[in-house]
Design a protein around this ligand. Structure first.
Ligand SMILES: [Zn+2]
Length: 474
């Protein structure tokens, strides 16, 4: 799991390309960001870990979530929409859609869902919102904003928010001036009728894919009961999805009528789910919490995974390596064990040792771009010039598939710097700054890059593109 500030690729294409349309597309994007920021600023409760990045990226978890959502999206007729599941760095339970292209889910929801079926039920319900178009018109504008900026807005963080606040235009200013509760109601909570429709659609998608709606019902029932005791609006999931008792009763009836009510998750899928929850715990929770959930007496693979991760995060590297190697002996073709080994070496200050396990992880994962970026990072950190060309090639290839990954551009800039190619290094640094929302630094670096490229070359055009991007507050 990389804890870097990375974001999902929203469109599957590099952002800073296409000379012909470049200015208008970036200007549109900036405008959409400003509108979205203005609408959403301050409207979302802040639960994010202090100082942590707003999003979590992890190849293993994202692959599992893709496997969970793919059949549901197909049943909903949305398989061509390239809908992404984005994991938010927040320990509370929540999931929501804020635009037509992304399902947001807190890591707390992943950790709290005991079975694949429970979280699949939540994802099916969210897909119901997507399929039903339960999104205010204005919310559609959010869909053009970069994921990272949306999250920054949702959490009330970031320069984008400050910029939009300073220069918010008409509709935005009105929304900012409105009470937070009203913004929440209009932007991020769905109407009761929409909730019932999303439930019905969710159950339909589950039935169509031969899955039980029991997990969905269990989750919603739990929240409905909790809401009786919690202060109004205290729970983010109840706030975004109001759950009156009659809604849960209707869902119970609907879910129980399904021929798949008693169907259990496939054991192999349950194991992947348990491994994912163990990983989330190992990375995100305090070591004593990890050991309470996964005491040494628990010899299961997930428990050993969680303890191995906690050992590398909080203990000594040698002890962690012993545990990781033992995991690899159990599943010698699991790419994520090699990824963990490489990451532990890399973060333990041994980048040269990280390279072999990360190569193996890349190979076993069919070139997962996030793992390629980690390997690129190890190449760069090794300070061995023999790896420079391979690092550049690998990072560029990964960035084509993950065009919003700021960390990939940062590593690419370092690789170019090593090579002495300062034009490309400045451009990559500018792209990283742009993706982080630091437009001033992005423009400064891009201006410098322009002086280093020959006029009209692809690098010059990309740099020019960044220089000409209008600041958000305009
Ligand atoms: Zn809902």
């Amino acid at each position: 799991m990389t804890e870097a500030l990375l974001t999902m690729p929203p469109e599957g294409t590099p952002i800073l390309v296409r000379a012909g349309k470049r200015i208008s597309s970036l200007a549109r994007r900036a405008t959409a960001v400003a509108t979205a920021a203005a609408l959403l600023v301050g409207s979302w409760p802040v639960h994010a870990q202090q100082g942590g990045p707003p999003l979590l990226r992890d190849a293993e978890t994202e692959q599992l979530l893709r496997d969970y959502t793919r059949p549901i999206l197909r049943a909903a007729g949305l398989e061509k929409q390239n809908i992404q599941v984005v994991i938010i760095n927040d320990s509370t339970f929540n999931a929501f859609v804020a635009d037509g292209r992304r399902i947001f889910v807190n890591y707390g929801a992943l950790r709290e869902s005991e079975t694949p079926n429970q979280i699949i039920g939540v994802l099916a319900h969210e897909t119901g919102h997507l399929a039903g178009g339960h999104l205010a018109k204005l919310r559609e504008q959010v869909s053009r904003a970069q994921t990272q900026l949306i999250i920054a807005m949702l959490l009330g963080l970031g320069a984008a928010v400050a910029g939009a606040r300073a220069g918010a235009g008409n509709a935005g200013a009105a929304a900012v001036a409105a009470p937070q509760a009203a913004i929440m109601r209009t932007m991020l909570s769905y109407q009761r009728q929409q909730e019932e429709n999303a439930d019905k659609a969710g159950v339909k998608f589950l039935n169509a894919t031969g899955q039980s709606a029991r997990g969905m019902y269990e989750t919603f029932k739990r929240f409905s009961e909790q809401s009786l005791y919690a202060a109004a609006g205290a729970d983010p999931y109840n706030m975004s999805h109001p759950m009156p008792a009659e809604r849960v009763r209707a869902l119970a009836e609907l879910a129980r009528s399904s021929p798949y009510w008693d169907k259990k998750d496939d054991p192999a899928l349950q194991l992947r789910h348990d491994m994912m929850r163990a990983k989330v715990s190992g990375f995100m929770e305090r070591p004593d919490t990890v050991l309470r959930r996964y005491p040494p007496s628990n010899d299961s693979l997930p428990a050993r995974y969680a303890r191995a991760i906690a050992a590398y995060r909080h203990g000594d590297l040698r002890n962690a390596m012993t545990q990781i190697d033992a995991l690899i002996r159990v599943q010698p073709n699991n790419p994520y064990f090699y990824e963990l080994k490489g990451q532990a070496y890399l973060e333990g200050g041994k980048p040269n040792e990280a390279i072999a396990p990360l190569r193996k992880a890349v190979q076993l994962s069919n070139n997962a771009p996030l793992i390629e970026m980690l390997l690129g990072q190890a190449f760069v950190a090794s300070e061995n010039k023999a790896y420079t060309e391979e690092a550049i090639r690998m990072l560029r290839s990964a960035l084509v598939r993950e065009p919003e990954a700021a960390l990939g551009y940062t590593q690419l800039a370092m690789a170019y710097g090593r090579k002495g190619d300062y034009a490309e290094a400045d451009l990559a640094s500018a792209q990283a700054a742009f993706l982080r929302g630091d437009q001033k630094t992005a423009r400064d670096l891009a201006s410098r890059a322009k002086t280093r490229f020959a006029i009209g070359t692809p690098g010059w055009v990309k740099a020019d593109d960044i220089v000409n991007t209008k600041p958000i507050k305009n």
